[in-house]
Ligand binder design. Structure first.
Ligand code: THU
Length: 129
């Protein structure tokens, strides 16, 4: 699967988002170490703090299916015409749990440019047990 196809998968699952409070749809699509695709979208709750980010959903799907590492993950958010959604700080930590030096994180910035980052670029000096 190409990066473009992975980004398309993130855009597609974004349509399933449950986000009546923010109206900000997010989709995440990842390829695991077995070459399998997993997707997730944000799921909000009337108790706002219970929101589940799109990345968390995709990672849960990967773990449930037996995937161990994230090879590539794409995140797409916002309205249909824009996709800019840099992963939030919490999701950077979530991704890191399953990342290694080869992991690539792909998303669009506010200038509409796609970028590919390593984990260390996104979350330098990060916490590890
Ligand atoms: N959101 C995600 O799903 N992932 C992120 O990395 C950033 C934020 C969601 C949470 C909430 O439903 C909405 O975007 C607005 O914050």
């Amino acid at each position: 699967m190409t990066d473009d196809e992975l980004l398309d998968a993130a855009r597609e699952v974004r349509e399933q988002a449950h986000c009546p409070y923010s109206n900000f749809r997010v989709g995440a699509a990842l390829i695991d170490d077995q070459g399998n695709l997993h997707v997730g979208c944000n799921v909000e709750n009337a108790v706002y703090s219970l929101v589940s980010c799109a990345e968390a959903g995709a990672i849960s799907a990967m773990v449930a299916a037996g995937g161990k590492r994230i090879v590539r993950i794409a995140v797409a958010g916002g309205s249909e015409n824009t996709c800019a959604c840099p992963p939030c700080g919490g999701c950077r930590q979530r991704i890191q749990e399953f990342a290694d030096d080869l992991t690539r994180i792909i998303f669009k910035d506010n200038d509409d440019e796609w970028h590919t980052f390593t984990m260390d670029e996104l979350l330098p000096s990060s916490f590890h047990l």
